[in-house]
Design a binder for this molecule. Structure first.
Ligand SMILES: [Zn+2]
Length: 241
């Protein structure tokens, strides 16, 4: 296999791996762009819906209030009619009975009046809530617009960076021995997206965290042949102690 300038080859391979990892990261970010935008759009829509629901509630409350108002008027009219009748009664019994009727109508209307006041209070509160929600909406929508802008800008930059990385990949991979590149690809395939070339620090493989035998560690330090981790079988390189 590769010999001689093996250290240089490994450095180049590590460089290639960096390029590939960054490419994977950017592609995954780009894949998430439409999902992120969708989430933000939904957030805004949900906020709008809350305001609309509150406004629909106010319409309902107003209708409720008008119904009470007409009940109130009806009771007043009824009372007036009884008052008229009262002027032409003949007997005391009749008189007492009409007075009782007036009293009943007044009790009923006082209840209606209480309900109307409660209705007005609730309407007032709901209207205040709508005003404050609308105010909040301005902030939320401004934030969402700016977040969407940032996402689109990052996506644009990501695409530009991808094009750069593609060029880098071409030139860097061209410097690597084809046999080594093939080995690297095989290990990469086996490790599914994880690093294929890993550093060894203090005799520990940073791919699998297992200690290397001293003999292998010494050979790795010399750096004149390609070495693999005996545990995870990835390409290893010495990176200080
Ligand atoms: Zn390992």
């Amino acid at each position: 296999m590769v010999s001689g300038n093996i250290k240089e080859q490994i450095d180049t391979l590590v460089n290639l791996q960096k390029i590939e990892m960054e490419t994977i990261n950017i592609k995954s970010t780009l894949n998430n762009v439409s999902k992120k935008i969708g989430t933000l759009d939904n957030e805004l829509k949900e906020f709008e819906q809350k305001i609309e629901d509150k406004e629909a509630m106010i319409v309902e409350m107003k209708k409720n209030y008008r119904d009470r108002e007409s009940d109130f008027q009806m009771n007043l009219d009824r009372e007036k009619k009884i008052q008229v009748k009262l002027r032409s009664v003949k007997t005391n019994k009749e008189y007492q009975s009409l007075l009782k009727e007036i009293e009943d109508v007044r009790v009923r209307n006082s209840k209606v009046e209480d309900e109307m006041i409660e209705c007005l209070d609730n309407m007032d509160e709901a209207e205040k809530e709508v005003v404050s929600k609308k105010d909040e909406y301005l902030h939320v929508s401004a934030r969402i617009i700016s977040e969407k802008k940032d996402i689109m800008k990052a996506a644009e930059q990501g695409k530009e960076r991808l094009a750069e990385l593609e060029n880098d990949w071409e030139s860097v991979s061209g410097k690597i021995d084809s046999g080594l590149l093939k080995t690297y690809d095989l290990i990469k395939e086996r490790n599914k997206g994880r690093l294929a070339v890993v550093p060894v620090k203090d005799a520990v493989c940073h791919g699998c965290n297992v200690n290397l035998p001293p003999q292998l560690y010494n050979e790795l330090y010399r750096g004149d042949t390609l070495k693999f981790c005996p545990n995870c079988q990835r390409i290893i390189y010495w990176e200080g102690s």
